[in-house]
Design a binder for this molecule. Structure first.
Ligand SMILES: [Zn+2]
Length: 220
């Protein structure tokens, strides 16, 4: 993609989806961050550090390379820039990342419980459970490494005692995974409060995954 085309579109999306995080109650204050990556230019657009989503303007969104060098923008990039860059390195298929401290996913992350496949809505995050990355202090290269090691082929990873990160083919896709994970995390937490959640069997999950991918038209 042309550099200007990417930066303009990505800056607008980082602002718009930041506002949507607030609207959908997936974050509070300045917690969380959003990025987009363009492999052709090698550039990444990421939320600025410490600016409220309502006050973020497209020009506040920072354009960097994967080594963290700022190429355009007056602001400091999010303190989790290294986390985003590590995920783009380990998953060349992704172009968008959303990280939040959403209530229920963070609750499970603080219980050091993965999001388990209790309901087929989890399938937007992949076929399995949402894994837990090893604990590391926020904003450190150790956290970036831990998340990059843990995510595998899933589209989401819980950060122990911290929050959740989701990925996708663009920011919109990563955002949808975030909403699904948060809903599944709430269901799981409610089940855990009421008793022992019944996890789908591998076969049930595989069957649901076939349907999810648009297969399984057995009656035709
Ligand atoms: Zn965080």
């Amino acid at each position: 993609m042309l550099r200007e085309l990417f930066t303009e579109k990505a800056r607008r999306e980082v602002v718009d989806y930041g506002l949507l995080l607030l609207e959908k109650k997936l974050t509070l204050g300045t917690a969380g961050n959003i990025s987009a990556f363009d492999p052709e230019t090698g550039l990444l657009a990421i939320s600025p550090s410490g600016i409220a989503y309502e006050q973020t303007r497209p020009e506040d969104v920072v354009i960097c390379d994967l080594n963290g060098k700022v190429v355009d923008g007056e602001r400091r990039p999010s303190s989790e820039l290294g986390l985003h860059a590590a995920l783009y390195r380990v998953r060349p298929d992704i172009r968008g990342i959303v990280h939040t401290h959403s209530m229920y996913a963070t609750t499970l992350a603080c219980m050091q419980e993965p999001i388990r496949p209790l309901h087929f809505a989890i399938l937007s995050a992949g076929e399995g459970e949402v894994p837990l990355a090893d604990y590391a202090t926020f904003g450190t290269p150790e956290l970036a490494d831990a998340a990059a090691r843990a995510i595998g082929r899933m589209n989401a990873v819980l950060l122990r005692n911290h929050g959740i990160l989701t990925v996708g083919k663009d920011i919109a896709a990563a955002f949808r995974v975030m909403e699904d994970c948060e809903w599944c995390a709430e269901v799981q937490w409610r089940c855990m409060c009421a008793g022992t959640p019944a996890v789908l069997t591998e076969e049930q999950l595989a069957d649901a995954a076939r349907m999810y991918r648009g297969y399984g038209q057995k009656n035709k």
